[in-house]
Ligand binder design. Structure first.
Ligand code: SF4
Length: 336
């Protein structure tokens, strides 16, 4: 099967321009060093990550805490600048754009944050927060703005009499709906949802996920859905990318990834998830040995070799490329 072409994001076979295409994205953070220290240590948070998101598609990006998935999301939005690599929105390169040059693209990409408790301004009413992007981008004012805010509240399942209320008067799920309404205000094409339900009760999680799916259908939205919880990702994603230590180690259509995982790390993650799909076998639980290595000093060879239950000698020295090991199913492992 094919080895990944660095000019094409992993998993991209369709010739149509995707809403988002990330190629060889890298984000390294220098660590503060002591005055007398000669060497500058670097956190290798994101390492040559490539993927794309099609129009109307949800790509789930999963991995344990600290694997770099949120850094990927923030780098795409240019909340932080990439160290290297390409980020294309509808085919236009934005990786090197300045803050000012980014302005027209900001409207197309919005983010929903993990914590609905801290992401809302406690001194602003819900309506003011949802309407703020309309003012900042000069889209609507006066009665038109009021009407748009009321319509957005209705779209996300909030009542119009809640527009003048403050964040502390809402439940966690309702606050996340305010965050979603705010993200929708600018009519974006792509929403980066960074752990959008992990702070919510399980029963509320399903409601918010269903709302996101309904909105996707109605507005043709694309989502990059970042999560550590595979069962949440399984429900909402069309395709899923698995990250480990800043690398994408597997990327496939959702069913293929959950039923026939190709990377030992994905197998281990899946073995800990309850099986909802009757066609998926219940795997024996795989307990990984050791801790995730520090992103300051990445292991040589395969980044997973220090914990991999099936590692061979070559894994310590040779970096496995992300290859198409089955049609539209990509994995970075020497054994596939
Ligand atoms: Fe395990 Fe080697 Fe495959 Fe890495 S390349 S996942 S260490 S078998």
């Amino acid at each position: 099967m094919n080895k990944v072409d660095a000019s094409v994001p992993a998993g991209q076979t369709d010739k149509a321009t995707p809403v988002l295409a990330v190629k060889a994205l890298r984000k390294h953070f220098p660590l503060q060093s002591g005055l007398l220290s000669r060497s500058q240590q670097v956190v290798h948070a994101v390492n040559d990550v490539s993927f794309h998101v099609d129009h109307g598609e949800t790509l789930g990006l999963v991995g344990e805490s600290g694997c770099g998935k949120s850094t990927v999301g923030r780098t795409i939005l240019k909340l932080i600048n990439p160290t290297a690599g390409s980020i294309q929105i509808d085919g236009t390169e934005i990786a090197d754009l300045s803050r000012r040059e980014m302005r027209p693209y900001r409207r197309r990409m919005q983010i929903i944050f993990q914590d609905p408790y801290s992401s809302l301004n406690p001194r602003m009413t819900a309506g003011d927060m949802v309407g703020e992007p309309l003012t900042v981008h000069g889209i609507a004012s006066g009665q038109e703005k009021e009407d748009r805010i009321a319509a957005l509240f209705q779209k996300v399942g909030l009542r119009s009499d809640q527009i003048r209320r403050f964040p502390h008067e809402f439940s966690g799920g309702q606050r996340q709906r305010i965050g979603i309404a705010r993200a929708l205000a600018l009519d974006p094409k792509l929403i980066i949802a960074d752990e959008p339900v992990s702070a919510l009760d399980v029963s509320i999680q399903a409601q918010v996920i269903n709302l996101l799916m309904d909105l996707q259908e109605e507005f043709g939205l694309s989502y990059l859905f970042i999560a550590h919880d595979l069962s949440v990702v399984e429900h909402i994603s069309h395709r899923v990318a698995v990250m480990y230590l800043g690398h994408i180690v597997e990327l496939a259509e959702r069913r293929a990834l959950f039923r026939t995982p190709q990377h030992p790390y994905t197998e281990a993650l899946l073995s800990a998830v309850p099986v909802a799909d009757p066609k998926r076998k219940r795997a024996d639980r795989i307990i990984l040995k050791g801790d995730v290595p520090s992103p300051v000093s990445l292991p040589s060879g395969c980044p997973f070799h220090t914990r991999c239950p099936v590692a061979v000698a070559a894994c310590k020295s040779e970096v496995p490329a992300l290859r198409e090991v089955r049609p539209n199913h990509w994995a970075a492992c020497h054994l596939r």
